[in-house]
Unconditional design. Structure first.
Length: 372
């Protein structure tokens, strides 16, 4: 049933504002009037905007009422309530339920929870040796409370989905899983089928529970691929006390290479040690003609050309002396020697048979007679 209008309570706006200003920290925190809400019969709430910082969308709410047939409004309660677009905090949760992993520090103690659903009563000795030995020694149930199925499932889910499960970045990048690593210590019981403890000092998970399909770069059976070094190779270390250091450049300059001389007139196909030259070989000039047999004159050599001479052995370089030179050596004038040997009627410039030198005395280079 909808509440009817109440003129007495609707007119109590000033009374409601006075109460709102009284409970606010600052009078300026009470803003404009937002209207009235009829809660029930003879019960109305007046609302005023809150202008305090951090309370956007909140309103001061003052509820007034009256007795039946009464003409005076009475204040029932006054409080600050959120509106539809108000900024609200998170729902209140007891502190024991707000704890998260890592919140407990050194010296902190949690209160005892007798009804913790993650635990259940442990094994109570029954007096039967077989049952007690299995429960206490093998299953480690000799405690007041042990993990319940709910606690075991929650732990397994938390470990497997955490940073030490198969979906972490290190496990995805690893080359092998922890199940084949020699540093893995498996757990006992049903958790040992999925989890173990890492015992590798070089691993980032050392001393922590890891899943069998987890992995890292410190696996005992993997190796790194060799890569070339980016540093230049160092100079070799030379022990100068046991070896002699020889400068090959100076040694080569001190010992010139041998030169092989090949005669010009004897062609050869053998290779020499001389380096090839870029000079173009000059063709040998034609040998000079011996001269005219009658006049004894020799043809002049062309201009710009030099008569080529043949290389002779060293013991034959000296030519045989001419008749004139022999006469001079004996003390007779060269002209007289020639005159006595030549007939008076012989034409000038013509050599006689007497002037001819014996064949065995002709010098190398031609058999032309010597002119008078």
């Amino acid at each position: 049933m909808a509440a009817t209008k109440d003129a007495v309570l609707d007119r109590a706006v000033d009374l409601a504002r006075e109460v709102a200003v009284e409970i606010a920290e600052e009078p300026t925190h009470v803003g404009e009037y937002l209207g009235a809400v009829r809660e029930s019969e003879r019960l109305v709430s007046h609302r005023f905007a809150c202008t305090a910082r951090g309370y956007r969308g909140w309103a001061w709410t003052v509820t007034v009422a009256r007795v039946p047939r009464g003409r005076t409004a009475t204040v029932c309660e006054a409080e600050l309530l959120p509106g539809d677009d108000a900024i609200l905090p998170r729902p209140w949760v007891p502190w024991s339920e707000r704890l998260r992993p890592g919140d407990i520090g050194p010296g902190d103690v949690l209160p005892f929870r007798p009804d913790d659903p993650r635990l259940e009563p442990g094994w109570t000795p029954t007096g039967d040796p077989e049952l007690d030995e299995v429960a206490i020694d093998e299953l480690a149930l000799a405690r007041v409370r042990v993990l319940s199925p709910q606690g075991r499932d929650e732990a397994a889910e938390r470990w497997y989905r955490g940073s030490r499960g198969p979906t972490s970045a290190g496990a995805v990048a690893s080359a092998a899983a922890c199940a084949s690593c020699g540093f893995l210590v498996k757990l006992q019981g049903s958790l040992g089928t999925v989890f173990g403890v890492c015992a590798n000092a070089w691993s980032p998970d050392d001393g922590k529970v890891v899943s069998l399909d987890h992995g890292c770069g410190a696996h005992s059976e993997t190796d790194v691929e060799p890569v070339p070094s980016e540093w230049p190779a160092p100079d070799p270390l030379i022990d100068e006390t046991s070896i002699d250091v020889v400068d090959r450049g100076r040694a080569a300059a001190a010992e010139p290479e041998p030169v092989v001389v090949v005669p010009v007139d004897e062609p050869t196909d053998e290779l020499t040690d001389e380096a090839p030259s870029d000079d173009v070989p000059t063709p040998a000039a034609p040998a000079q003609e011996a001269g005219d047999a009658v006049t004894g004159e020799t043809a002049p050599a062309p201009e710009g050309e030099t008569p080529a001479t043949e290389d002779v052995p060293a013991d034959e370089d000296a030519a045989a002396p001419t008749p004139a030179e022999s006469a001079v050596a004996e003390g007779a004038p060269a002209d007289d020697a020639v005159a006595e040997d030549s007939p008076t009627d012989a034409p000038t410039g013509v050599a006689t048979p007497a002037d001819e030198a014996p064949a065995d005395e002709t010098p190398d280079g031609g058999d032309a007679p010597t002119s008078a």
